[in-house]
Ligand binder design. Structure first.
Ligand code: FES
Length: 232
């Protein structure tokens, strides 16, 4: 189920949607932010402030280079004020309370902030034109707890990846495997499937050792991703 979020772009509130994958066992989630939706992120120095259900502060996502994004908490590490929007001219954030400055990746440029802003792993999915944020500590929001569509954590065993997922309704399903560099390496599922639980067992033993992303997309708009590791 897609969650509605608000993004502040240059002081204006923009309504958008992100597609949460709630990993309830690990209490974390990967959120896929579409650049088609948040068009400000289509350009270098574009920055949005996202409200994410279940997180008690906002997250600033900034495009710092053609293929590089950062995601940081808005909470200043000095006394907890919300930092300002990204200052494109000076390529920094500034806290309105006591003037701390931070680079786009959250590192401190000027105190009194004692440490970097909390940051989140980000992956740019070039083919899908999406940015995937990995956010720990998310708990399921009430409107998401009943969501039937899901992607479970990937189980790796003896060169196979077992992918369990659920569909809320019959849909065209695409499951794809990506390298962290954004290269699609496998398309194990590409077909219409019934609602309910499904399992795909994928041979991944032939892939070079490393980190991969398993992504599901359905024709009714569900999208989620899970990381897994091959060979280590
Ligand atoms: S709270 Fe940000 S500088 Fe003091």
């Amino acid at each position: 189920m897609a969650a509605t979020v608000f993004a502040t772009v240059g002081g204006n509130e923009v309504l958008g949607r992100i597609f949460p994958k709630l990993n309830r066992t690990a209490n974390s989630g990967i959120f896929s932010v579409s650049l088609e939706q948040f068009t400000v992120l289509q350009q270098v120095d574009g920055s949005v402030r996202l409200s994410i259900a279940g997180l008690n502060h906002k997250v600033l996502v900034t495009r710092v280079a053609e293929s590089e994004f950062t995601a940081v908490s808005e909470v200043c590490t000095h006394s907890g004020c919300a930092i300002g929007n990204y200052d494109v001219a000076n390529k920094r954030f500034q806290c309105p309370c006591h003037g701390s400055r931070f680079a786009a990746d959250g590192s401190v440029l000027r105190g009194p902030a004692p440490r970097s802003l909390d940051s989140y792993p980000v992956q740019f999915d070039v083919a899908a034109n999406m940015v995937h944020l990995e956010i720990a500590g998310i708990s399921a929001a009430p409107d998401e707890q009943g969501a039937a569509a899901y992607l479970a954590p990937i189980a790796i065993n003896n060169g196979t990846a077992t992918v369990r997922y659920g569909l809320a309704a019959p849909a065209q399903v695409s499951i794809t495997i990506w390298t962290v560099a954004g290269q699609k390496v496998l398309v194990p599922v590409e077909q219409t499937q019934e609602a309910g639980e499904h399992t795909a067992v994928i041979a991944v033993g032939q892939l070079p050792a490393g980190n991969y992303l398993c992504r599901i997309q359905t024709s009714d708009g569900f999208s989620a991703a899970e990381k897994f590791v091959v060979g280590w």
